[in-house]
Design a protein around this ligand. Sequence first.
Ligand SMILES: [Fe+2]
Ligand SMILES: [Fe+2]
Length: 329
Amino acid sequence: MYGNHDTTSVPVEAPAADDPTFDRDFMALIDDDGRVEPRDAMPDAYRRGLVRQIAQHAHSEIIGMQPEGSWIGRAPSLKRKAILMAKVQDEAGHGLYLYAAAETLGVDRADLLDRLHTGRQKYSSIFNYPTPTWADIGAIGWLVDGAAITNQVPITKCSYGPYARAMVRICKEESFHQRQGFEILHTLSHGSPQQHAMAQDAVDRWWWPSLMMFGPPDDDSPNSARSMRWGIKRFSNDELRQRFVDMTAPQSHALGLSLPDPELAFDALTGHWRYGEIDFTELFEVIKGNGPLNAQRMAHRTDAHERGDWVREAALGYAAKHARTEAVA
Ligand SMILES: [Fe+2]
Ligand SMILES: [Fe+2]
């Protein structure tokens, strides 16, 4: 049923998608900040847009395990290793919640993975950059997870119930990720001169790609207006990017590290940080598949998928056996 997922609210009868009043009633629900639930009728374009967005988000979570996963065996202490393992495992969990949320829209998880593996669906370009030093793990947590939180907190209020609810838990875990990244960088920044230089180098490399995580500028973002009209997206790319810069710039001072933008300055009139122009040609190259590690990430993913075949087979066999036992009992 439609509603705010609040048991005290009065259920609204969902009109059928071929009812002439359907679009008007659907938009009235959205305007009323109601939630759309899996069994509700919804415009086909709304469903398809959500599948695309949730799948891309899920793919990003699992591909995002790779740049950091490669550091689990090389983390500088047992404590760091345990923290990093927990973080990478969280990302697998985020993928799981999101594939499950996408499945409530009538798609099959195996099909979504197939679309990823054959290049028909994308993942976030940020994960095509390399992680050559331990400081990259700090920079990813601080900047990449920080940008992810900024993007994702508004999705906890999005119009599609299962996506919004999945995002509540994800955001709590992302804030732990951001803190652990900040703490790694803080330790390095206040360590030896070499450690400080390593932290600064990682921040220099990750800053601009992190800003690009918010997508193209608003004037250049064709899907944004429709997503906002449907209550899937709550703020524009540029608004979210500004929010991220406002949060991060003061934190860089606390870290004792600089951000690689000579134009970055606090504007007392607007209360916001101004930043320099972003060179999006690089982002578009990475999206086209020409980033530093696109091919390697996909090869690793498809290989892991093939090698995991026996696990999926065993899980399905176990579930079938369990269903038979339950039917007998
Ligand atoms: Fe995540
Ligand atoms: Fe994360």
